[in-house]
Write a protein that binds this ligand. Structure first.
Ligand code: PGA
Length: 257
C-alpha cells in the first residue's frame, strides 16, 4: 500500500510573524516538490492568521497544536474547533507528550478530543494522535504496552470509516527535543507494532493511516528514518523552526514517495 508521505511542523510555543513569512516563502519555492508530500504547519494558534496571509497556495496546510474538547463556553484560555477551523487549521494535534505530562491531558481527555475532532460537522479535520513511551518505560521493556494502552484509550470510539482522518505520530518522550533520535530500526519496530495493532482493530482501513515518527528529526537523519517501511513521514519540532532544515526534511520525505 502506497501512502503519501506526511511532514508536520510543530512549532510549540515558538516562532513569530516574521518566521511565518520566511517559512512560507521557503516552502513556496518548493511547490512542485511538495505536491508529492502532505505538509502541514502547526504554529501557536495566534499565528494562524499570519500563516493564512502567506500560504495562499495549496501545498502547505495549517494545523493546531491542541484543541479543547468542548464546543464553546467557559473555558478560559482554550480554543475550540470552530475557532481553529475558522483560522485555517485542518490538522489538530492531540495527546502530545508535553500536554500529557504538563497540562493534564489524561487518556480520557485525549479520547474526548479525538472524538470531538472526528465528529466535527462544520469541516473535515484530521487528527494527529501522538503516542510514545518515556525513557524509564523503555528501559523497563514497557514500550509496546504503553503505546498500545495509549492507542486503545484514544481510539476506543473511533470507527474504521473515521480512520481516513487519523494520523498517528510515534514520539518517544526521551527523543523529543533531546537530540537523541530513535534509531531507524527502533522506530520501525514500534511503527510495525502500531500498524499491526491497527490492522487487528480496523482491518484494511489501517493501511491508509500515515504513521509519523517524531523526536529530534533533523535534516541529516530524516532520510534514513523515512526509508523504513512503516515510517510515512515525521512530526518535527526544533528543526521546523529553521526554514532550510524543514525544507530539507520535506525533501527527504519526497524521496520516499
Ligand atoms: P523535536 O520535537 O523535533 O524538537 O524533538 C518533536 C515534537 O515534540 O513533536
Amino acid at each position: 500500500m502506497q501512502r503519501q508521505p506526511v511532514v508536520i511542523a510543530n512549532w510549540k510555543m515558538n516562532g513569530n510573524r516574521q518566521l511565518a513569512k520566511q517559512m512560507a516563502e521557503a516552502l513556496r519555492e518548493e511547490a512542485g516538490l511538495l505536491s508529492q508530500v502532505q505538509v502541514a504547519v502547526c504554529p501557536p494558534a495566534v499565528l494562524l492568521p499570519a500563516w493564512q496571509q502567506h500560504v495562499f497556495y495549496d501545498a502547505v496546510h495549517l494545523g493546531a497544536q491542541d484543541v479543547n474538547e468542548f464546543e464553546h463556553g467557559a473555558h478560559t484560555g482554550e480554543h475550540s474547533l470552530a475557532l481553529l477551523g475558522e483560522a485555517g487549521a485542518e490538522y489538530i494535534l492531540v495527546g502530545h507528550s508535553e500536554r500529557r505530562q504538563h497540562y493534564g491531558d489524561t487518556d480520557a481527555r485525549i479520547s474526548a478530543k479525538v472524538n470531538a475532532v472526528l465528529d466535527y460537522q462544520a469541516q473535515q479535520l484530521k487528527v494527529v494522535l501522538c503516542v510514545g513511551e518515556t525513557a524509564a518505560q523503555r528501559e523497563a521493556q514497557q514500550t509496546t504496552t504503553v503505546v498500545q494502552a495509549q492507542l486503545s484509550a484514544a481510539l476506543e470510539q473511533v470507527t474504521a470509516a473515521q480512520m481516513t482522518h487519523v494520523i498517528i505520530a510515534y514520539e518517544p518522550v526521551w527523543a523529543i527535543g533531546t537530540g537523541k533520535t530513535a534509531s531507524p530500526a527502533q522506530a520501525q519496530e514500534v511503527h510495525r507494532f502500531i500498524r499491526s495493532w491497527l490492522q487487528q482493530k480496523y482491518a484494511a482501513a489501517a493501511d491508509t493511516v500515515p504513521l509519523l515518527y517524531g523526536g529530534s528529526v533533523k535534516a541529516d537523519n530524516a532520510e534514513t528514518l523515512f526509508a523504513e517501511q512503516d515510517i510515512d513521514g515525521g512530526l518535527i519540532g526544533g528543526a521546523s523552526l529553521e526554514p532550510d532544515a524543514f525544507v530539507a526534511i520535506c525533501r527527504a520525505a519526497v524521496a520516499r514517495s
